[in-house]
Ligand binder design. Structure first.
Ligand SMILES: [Zn+2]
Length: 316
């Protein structure tokens, strides 16, 4: 059965508590609600039946999400090997904006150009000041409900591997053990020539001392262990391809599936489910599609599976 849902957010829902206060989307929402309230005082009354229609739509959406979450729980239980592919939509709920998105924190800054090989090699002063500062803002964040639920699902052996496009390390921090960080991480840096690894902090320390670009003992340039625009994919991407081929179920969470070559991974799995705020190019190929926040949906999934445990009712 194919289930397609839309954003069902509602302030009365307990799952709302899972949302991070730090989320930039959340603050956008607050501003809008203030604006709406002030406008409502002067608005024309609703057309007859409009309130009734809104109520019906709200409940139809809520029922559809519940149904999709049940399907998701059953599919996870029956799958032999499940891979979860996560993208920026998971990190935004920890207050880390998606710099590829026009709605991101750096919408006025060309982050794509800043975090590129071209800038790293030809404008090292710009890269190691502005670029490093940009990367630094993604550090020190805390895992959210989506990260925690995925770690819990791994403990329950309902998830086998997490492939992530995110570089913030929050899957590891929340307790997921089997994580493939295919765009790198912000824990380490490495020498371009001899590949010797050093902690990420080495870079900031070098810049503070006026050493730009930072150099290794061998004389090679030391750079963040992050896959930038123009970089080849790291060896763990081959592993990601292998687990995607092995998977009989792939759950995509918070990825718009727009960035190659990661966007090709879902086509390798036998069955696909997608949780993302916006539609993706793979929606028509997925058996379950939920257009909602990652934390909201995964919290509902966790609550549903726990409820099945407590009542002893089989998930089917
Ligand atoms: Zn070196």
């Amino acid at each position: 059965m194919r289930v397609t849902c839309t954003d069902s957010s509602d302030s009365s829902d307990p799952a709302e508590s899972a949302r991070s206060d730090e989320s930039s989307d959340a603050s956008d929402k607050c501003d809008k609600s203030i604006e709406c309230k002030s406008l409502m005082n002067f608005a024309e009354p609703d057309a007859p039946g409009a309130a009734q229609q809104r109520l019906v739509t709200k409940w139809e959406e809520r029922i559809a999400v519940t149904s999709a979450v049940k399907d998701l729980a059953q599919t996870l239980k029956h799958a032999k090997y499940t891979v979860v592919l996560t993208g920026a939509g998971v990190s935004t709920e920890s207050g880390i904006p998606d710099f590829r998105s026009s709605r991101g924190l750096w919408r006025n800054m060309d982050a794509v150009r800043l975090l590129s090989l071209e800038t790293l090699y030809y404008q090292p002063e710009v890269f190691y000041t502005k670029g490093l500062e940009l990367l630094g803002t993604m550090r020190g964040k805390k895992p959210n409900a989506a990260h925690k639920t995925l770690a819990w699902l791994e403990q329950r052996t309902l998830v086998d591997t997490v492939i992530t496009q995110n570089i913030d390390g929050l899957h590891n921090e929340s307790g997921s053990n089997r994580v493939l960080e295919i765009h790198g991480n912000l824990r380490t840096s490495s020498c371009r020539d001899c590949r010797r690894e050093t902690p990420f902090e080495f870079l900031a320390d070098a810049v503070k001392e006026g050493i730009v670009p930072p150099k290794c003992r061998c004389g090679g340039i030391v750079r963040p262990n992050v896959v930038f625009f123009g970089d080849p994919m790291p060896p763990c991407f081959d592993e990601a391809v292998q687990v995607a081929q092995k998977a009989d179920f792939m759950l995509v969470v918070g990825s718009s599936l727009q960035v190659a070559p990661v966007a090709h991974l879902p086509s390798l799995a036998k069955q696909l489910a997608i949780i993302n705020l916006e539609p993706t190019p793979y929606d028509s190929e997925a058996s379950i599609v939920i257009h909602d926040r990652a934390g909201t949906v995964l919290t509902r999934l966790l609550e549903y599976i726990k409820a099945q445990d407590n009542t002893g009712i089989s998930m089917g």
